[in-house]
Design a protein around this ligand. Structure first.
Ligand code: GAL
Length: 443
């Protein structure tokens, strides 16, 4: 039995704050070959599949190791649905840092792709409440998915008794990736996680003394938000962290201040980053031995693999110190947008996403674990086998940086505060901004 995914319920209001900037063109592929179009109705019964025509899929898996996951899906899509033509609408930028604003603008302009990637939890609830995506209950019924996805994950995708997307995977955000050689040289055991943030900082001092000037690698703003959320999990504990999203934990509390100060201290051990720096650079700094540690979601394991790194020999991984037994969760989930140009083709894509082979091939390449519970771990490399075991027994919390815990508007406000803090290092100002953001989003 799986334990419950404890995710604070959120009142989701308003349009996406990130929906800004100009859109010079639609998200949709130009098509002379669309076999069907939809006025946005969702009630038709699922057909056997193979609708034909272009199927434009919007993600941010545009290059590098992330694209390998998408490529695995595209290959299988071609095999399973040879009449359908996959059209790649990916917009580069980790965590959707560029993609989400473009998507929001396209949706607002009534110009949706056939399917897009969103995050289970608050972020997808945004799209549902905005009336931008349609229920796919018929697909779940036809494919028997109610029995193969964890009930608690499905609950996060369900609004008003309807389910609106198909999860492709489960990622873990609170992982520290470690360069074994660098730690060994400094007299540290790369496989032994420090017991808490203070002990971790003490190890960073040893690394500095051993000549590693920036033991911790960071990239742009969203990676800093991810680092911050993991420090808050350590300093507040699971219940305290979960309470941040339903008003039970006061963002103005001394515990949060401690977390923010720890975060500030950690940044003093990190390289300098610009707002838009993407995650592969930070993970590569560990691979190249320029840094000892990178806190990154487990899409990083695909980067290690793509650079020929050997699990256990070249690199190690553990949960961020102080949170062993806690899984900071996020899941990518694919949608059927209202007004999708090729709704039947989109359903083929969703069929593939939810299929056992789709989940197997995609997650093997992506570093995540299958959302389906019936995929055997045997084929997966050691990291994913470990993660599958941890997910079964850990307490689950929701990622801020990846749309599980906070809606798009709230996430944008947190990112702005974190970005400003990177320049100012003013803890009081950061905490005040976080308090204001929580006030306007917790109803
Ligand atoms: C997350 C997404 C992951 C991965 C990561 C880095 O938001 O859920 O699948 O793509 O961003 O880009």
């Amino acid at each position: 039995m799986r334990r419950t995914i404890v995710i604070a319920s959120l009142a989701v209001v308003g349009m996406v704050a990130a929906a800004c900037g100009s859109s010079t063109g639609g998200a949709n592929q130009s098509s002379t070959n669309q076999s069907s179009s939809s006025s946005g109705g969702s009630s038709e019964t699922a057909k056997a599949g193979g609708a034909g025509g272009n199927v434009g899929v919007f993600t941010w898996w545009a290059d590098g190791s992330e694209k390998k996951g998408l490529d695995a899906l595209v290959k299988l899509f071609g095999e399973k649905f040879p009449n359908d033509k996959f059209v790649n609408l990916a917009v580069a930028g980790g965590a959707g840092s560029n993609a989400k604003a473009k998507l929001a603008a396209d949706l607002q302009a009534g110009n949706p792709p056939d399917s897009f990637q969103g995050h289970a939890g608050a972020e997808l609830t945004d799209y549902i409440n905005n009336g931008q995506i349609l229920p796919v209950d018929d697909l779940y019924k036809a494919e028997g998915w109610d029995n193969v996805f964890p009930a608690d994950l499905l609950a996060r995708l369900t609004v008003g008794g309807h389910i609106y997307s198909v999860p492709s995977n489960i990622h873990r955000a609170n992982v520290v990736w470690v360069n074994n050689k660098v730690l060994t040289k400094a007299g540290l055991d790369p496989k032994a996680a420090p017991k808490d943030i203070a002990a971790w900082i003490a190890d960073m001092d040893k690394l500095k003394a051993a000549g590693i000037s920036t033991p911790l690698s960071v990239a742009g703003t969203w990676t800093q938000v991810e680092l911050l959320e993991t420090v808050l999990i350590s300093d507040l504990g699971v219940d305290g962290y979960n309470g941040l999203f339903d008003g039970k934990t006061d963002w103005a509390s001394a515990d949060v201040t401690k977390g923010l100060n720890d975060y500030k201290t950690l940044l003093t051990y990190a390289n300098t980053a610009a707002d838009g720096d993407d995650w592969p650079g930070a993970t590569d700094a560990v691979i190249d031995g320029k840094a000892a540690y990178n806190v990154m979601g487990d899409w990083a394991v695909a980067e290690f693999a793509s650079k020929g790194q050997k699990d256990g020999t070249d690199y190690s991984y553990w949960a961020v110190p102080g949170q062993d037994g806690v899984y900071d969760f996020l899941a990518d989930s694919f949608t059927l947008p209202k007004g999708a140009p090729n709704a039947e083709g989109a359903k083929d894509w969703l069929r593939l996403i939810g299929s056992d082979q789709g989940q197997h091939d995609f997650n093997l390449a992506k570093g995540s674990i299958p959302a389906r519970t019936d995929i055997k771990p045997d084929d997966f490399p050691p990291y994913q086998q470990w993660a599958m075991g941890e997910f079964q027994k850990d307490k689950i919390v929701s990622s801020i940086a990846h749309g599980a815990a906070v809606n798009l508007g709230w996430g944008t406000e947190i990112s702005q505060a974190v970005s400003q803090f990177y320049g100012s290092k003013d803890v009081a100002a950061l905490q005040a901004a976080l308090v204001t953001a929580a006030k306007s989003n917790i109803k």
